[in-house]
Design a protein around this ligand. Sequence first.
Ligand code: ADP
Length: 507
Amino acid sequence: MIPSNRLRIVLAASEAVPWFKTGGLADVATALARALDADGHDVTMILPDYVSVRNEAADPLPDVTDTGVRFTLDMNGNAIGGSVRRTALQDSKVKVLLVAQDHYFSRPQLYMENGEGYADNCERYCFFSRAVMEICNQMVLRPDILHCNDWQTSLIPALLNTQFADKPGFENTASVVTIHNMAFQGQFWHLDMALTGIEERYFSMHHMAHNGQLNLLKAGIAMADQITTVSPTYAAEICSTEGGCGLDALLRHRESNLTGILNGIDQSVWNPETDRHLDTHYTAASPQPGKASCKEALQKRMELPIRKDVPLFGMVSRISDQKGFDLLAEATDRILSQDLQIVFLGTGDPGYEAELKSIASEYSSRVGLVIGFNDRLAHQIEAGSDAFLMPSRFEPCGLNQMYSLRYGTVPVVRRVGGLTDSVVDVNHETLADQSATGFVFNDYKSSQLAETIERTVATYRQPLVWEQIVRAGMAIDWSWNRSAQRYVEVYRKASESRHKRAKDGRR
Ligand code: ADP
């Protein structure tokens, strides 16, 4: 039966704000759940319970209670028990279930420590994905849609189409996989197939095997009813040899079931009028003087000279190869020969971290650096900077450029992935039709980044033009409503293909 207008959606993710976050997936999971809930759908989020990380979250969080649900999974011959806790998402009817298994999930970090992924990540997320199916079964959730995110939950469509294909309660369940980043595929040695709980015959190049290894993202792409990714441009890029990270042929094969949907932003959290991390607020109608005092507070916080006239660039990012740190390192002297300031907040690759530290100590009057994860400071950088740097090598969607636009902070980005879909380059034409919102460069070259920063500084020196760009960016509506509608369309398509599959007796 094709479901009625109100869909029962189970959203499985390996991180979600406000509980646990390493990147954009955490923001997207919660914001999408909220938007679907507001649209009248029945939404259950299922997340791992990273107890120690949750306990350290700065916000007061709603109570966590035990549901009494218990299950045991055979993980390659070992009986591993788990339980289910319940919490709530403030100001919504979204149900939140946490998979508790302390050995797997009560660790200092989510996926890695000191730059090294946990050695048992395959086992941890196979357990989590299988737990999601157990929970749907035992708690009789009868989902219309199982919405999975990235490799950590991409085993779920494979479980649905095999072990759970004929289980009561799953007759109407279709699956959707969202790819937030193709670079992370969850590829592990072939013997880990035993952890998936799926018959060995699915270890084939058409399902779960890739170059002789188990590839969990591939399992999801091959077996989900529908696939989405987080921007239209990235959807096209991942179907090319260059952007497909080895899975482009499969993605081309499934192209008619692949949709690019640009993320929205959670405007209740990212809003300069109400942001609880800011001492001074401002609106799109009159950004000043509020924004100027956020700039002063940021300069103070980062121990930089307090100057109104100097352009202040911000960057908040995972410190990794993806984000353009090599370009910044190559062009440091040229960039910092100008009268500007840059503040960095990030954590990640120890090599780039060391490089940033040495730049910050050499240019201490121009560069402020905080190594670490700090949500409050991330908001203060968005508000207090004049411009925001995202010179990414690739960028599936990117959230920070949208936060920047909302905060009147002009993004400086490379033309790639979701950055292409969300920032309009400043030029004569776009200034004339008032569509210009940022500075965009094409090639992944340090010289292009440096030139673009120079162009940004020169434009900053023309206050009227700068103000026009700021206002055009702040006027854009990035709310989730529109994106959530697109997801609902994809869910409907997934239900249709699920029923067609059932009729044809295919898996
Ligand atoms: P990605 O998901 O590739 O890391 P996005 O731009 O989509 O990149 O999302 C990154 C999210 O993580 C943003 O909300 C950003 O503010 C946040 N973030 C990244 N690094 C940090 C950090 N060190 N401290 C606080 N927030 C961070």
